[in-house]
Ligand binder design. Structure first.
Ligand code: SF4
Length: 252
């Protein structure tokens, strides 16, 4: 399912509350540096027709118009969330758009936070890192600490994908980041095994995020055979994260 507008919602998010979405990707196409088997936008090959990105000015104008409407109807917004049809940090003007959103948030909904959902694979770009340090919830994906599993779950587009690079780039944020991990099984994939969880816990020890979000699939996914990991298993994984002193949020 694609989000067909630049600004969408607010929608009720299980993890973020009332979330006003900001989609920096095409309105009718997906662009991402990963191609996750569980992506709600579908696989990359199925959404490449529309490649037009909104400009910084268009995003700002549309957001402000929507905020005026929402204010006049007394709507509640807990978070402005960069998400949508792919990877938001791939927009070439991401850094400046974040500054515009901070300004508009301060003007219209000063109590709301700004969240970015990112796959963390653009962190060699200093502008992206700068922008992610400016937002309240810098939410970085780490579904496994093992390259072969990332290849299966997230299917990075770049053939030079390197898991050590990904982990060390995430670690630069220290407690100014949230790690989100999707646990999933089926179709030859399982990131809940002892070996997987041990490697992932070791990566978390290095990263020291301020929160670890643990969840599993809850909507239609583009690949057949993937199954939801049940709450008991997620809670067992959570216990191991708590043991190393990190905060957790499980969304069963
Ligand atoms: S990183 Fe996000 S947008 Fe990209 S394929 Fe994965 S789930 Fe979809």
């Amino acid at each position: 399912m694609l989000f067909n507008t630049t600004i969408f919602g607010p929608i009720r998010s299980r993890r973020l509350g009332n979330s006003l979405g900001i989609n920096l990707l095409p309105n009718n196409g997906k662009i991402c540096s990963f191609d996750c088997v569980y992506c709600e936008c579908g696989l990359n090959k199925d959404g490449r027709e529309d490649t037009k990105l909104s400009t910084r000015e268009e995003v700002s104008k549309e957001l402000e118009a929507r905020l005026k409407e929402l204010k006049s109807s007394n709507a509640v917004i807990d978070t402005f969330t960069f998400a949508g049809n792919g990877e938001p940090t791939m927009h070439p003007d991401f850094k400046n758009i974040v500054e515009d959103v901070i300004h508009l948030r301060n003007t219209y909904y000063p109590d709301a936070v700004i969240s970015v959902l990112t796959n963390a694979w653009q962190l060699a770009n200093k502008d992206v890192v700068f922008a992610l340090k400016r937002v309240d919830n810098n939410i970085l994906k780490l579904d496994s600490a093992k390259k072969e599993t990332i290849q299966k779950i997230n299917q990075p587009v770049n053939p030079n994908f390197d898991i050590e690079t990904l982990i060390s780039q995430i670690a630069q944020f220290k407690d100014n980041c949230i790690v989100q991990t999707m646990f999933v099984k089926g179709n030859g994939i399982d990131n809940t095994t002892e070996e997987e969880v041990t490697a992932w816990i070791n990566a978390l020890k290095l990263i020291q995020p301020r929160l670890v979000q643990i969840y599993s699939i809850d909507r239609k996914v583009p690949i057949e055979g993937l199954v939801h990991v049940d709450e008991n298993e997620l809670r067992e994984i959570e216990k191991r994260v708590k043991k190393i002193g990190l905060n957790t949020l499980v969304t069963p």
